[in-house]
Ligand binder design. Structure first.
Ligand code: AMP
Ligand code: GLY
Length: 423
């Protein structure tokens, strides 16, 4: 069959590579893609939010399956758009319809869902601009640090963690009354701060049954020692060594099962990924967020460990036969180190030539913010490359990734040299 992947990051390069290796994939397209996806398929110059252009491409190239990488097209209703169009309704779309995408698209929706289905999460309340006094009173009842979350999608920037009550009240005012995050901040979830270690848990579901995919730990801060600004993610380790059977079984019983059952009870159709961001407080997992897609850079560590023909797994979402399928997982540890443009996540320069990629061995380089310019590979974004290695343990795998990164160069290149420092 012919398959289209939507997106342009390292996650989409990882998907494209995996799909390319499937015996069921005839032609592979990526919109808009990057220099890495161009090596395994044909990039289409289409924005992943331009549904009309996507429709044209799907009809022109006789595409049978669309795999949606990022959240925006899902929250914007790409799956519903396909279902409601007679020309597209039999194309398989991997990713939920808008109703399910609200788990990521609205923090308040996610919180209400968790309350309804008794899923452990931080204590919280939601406020709009007419409730600023109540919101301040709720803040006063909490102890620091304070967590404020814009309800809607805010490109990963909508969560603030603030040390003092005064500052928290000021920021809350900016969000609710001064449009700090635009419409996304017109409602704000104020919540209790959870102290513990974070974990990304991935589940694939056809709406009836589910399979648990490998877990990963993401390193979100720009600086070593987890200092500085939040980024999309600077590295990932799958599985993190602290995830044992006891923890996984708690996660499955208290979080995954009620989530999938909750979707069914609420009559929310869902064919795709549920990415559950967790914090382990002492020995107990709490949900801090749902995403309705895979993580980036977690995908670059998780997918290389999945040994199935991924297209067969996707097809089973469509036929609701996931239950009959086993997910085969490479027992080794995968680590991913992300290489970024100097200055990221604030402003940075791009269009620098990347050299040394041909010298890499024993690691896989996933391209993210990188594009082809004639025969050269040029930086085009903040996160530029993700270098993944597999080994019996994470320390060996890290050595391989770092050895290969030392062969790669571009102007102002930066990466964290301490991925895994806390394990
Ligand atoms: P989110 O977008 O909800 O994943 O939040 C971004 C980051 O903020 C998370 O990865 C956590 O590091 C942190 N965070 C969110 N909610 C909480 C919380 N209730 N307690 C502690 N940290 C949090
Ligand atoms: N790495 C976190 C995310 O994809 O949201």
């Amino acid at each position: 069959m012919n398959i289209l992947v939507l997106g342009s990051g390292g996650r989409e390069h990882a998907f494209a590579k995996k799909i390319r290796s499937s015996k069921h994939c005839k032609k592979l397209f990526i919109a808009p893609g990057n220099s890495g996806t161009a090596e395994v398929g044909q990039n289409l110059r289409i924005s992943y939010n331009d549904f009309q252009e996507i429709k044209k491409a799907v009809l022109q190239h006789q595409i049978n399956m669309v795999v949606v990488g990022p959240e925006d097209p899902l929250v914007n209703g790409i799956h519903d758009f396909f279902l409601n169009d007679d020309d597209l309704s039999n194309v398989m779309v991997i990713g939920p319809q808008t109703k399910g995408a609200q788990l990521e698209g609205s923090k308040n929706f996610a919180k209400e869902f968790m309350n309804r289905h008794d899923i452990p999460t931080a204590a919280h309340q939601t406020f709009n601009k007419n409730q600023i006094n109540e919101a301040n009173r709720f803040l006063e009842s909490l102890s620091p640090p304070y967590v404020l979350k814009a309800d809607g999608l805010a490109a990963g920037k909508g969560v603030l963690i603030i040390e003092t009550l005064d500052e928290a009240k000021k920021e809350l005012h900016k969000m609710l009354c001064e449009n700090k995050f635009g419409e996304a901040g017109s409602q704000v979830v104020v919540e209790e701060f959870l102290k513990g270690i974070e974990l990304s848990c991935f589940v694939i579901t056809d709406g009836e049954s589910y399979k648990i995919l490998p877990t990963a730990k993401d390193y979100k801060r720009i600086g070593e020692g987890d200092q500085g600004l939040n980024t999309g993610g600077m590295g990932a380790i799958s599985p993190p060594p602290f995830v044992d059977e006891a923890l996984m079984s708690k996660i499955e019983e208290t979080i995954i099962k009620p989530t999938i059952e909750g979707l069914k009870k609420d009559q929310i159709p869902f064919k795709g990924f549920v990415f559950i961001g967790l914090i382990k407080v002492d020995d107990d997992p709490y949900v801090i967020e749902y995403n309705v897609r895979m993580g980036d850079p977690e995908t670059e560590a998780v997918l290389p460990r999945i040994q199935n023909d991924i297209v067969e797994v996707f097809e089973s979402l469509y036929n609701q036969t996931l239950q009959n399928r086993s997910i085969l997982i490479d027992e080794r540890t995968a680590v991913t180190v992300v290489v970024v443009s100097g200055g990221y996540p604030e402003s940075y320069q791009k269009d620098y030539e990347i050299t040394g990629l041909d010298k890499v061995n024993d690691s896989t380089v996933f391209h993210a913010g990188a594009r082809l310019d004639n025969d050269k590979i040029i930086t085009s974004g903040g996160r530029v490359l993700a270098i993944t290695s597999l080994s019996e343990n994470y320390k060996e795998a890290l050595k391989t990734s770092y050895r290969n990164i030392s062969k790669i160069a571009f102007k102002d290149m930066y990466y964290r040299r301490d991925i895994g420092f806390d394990l």
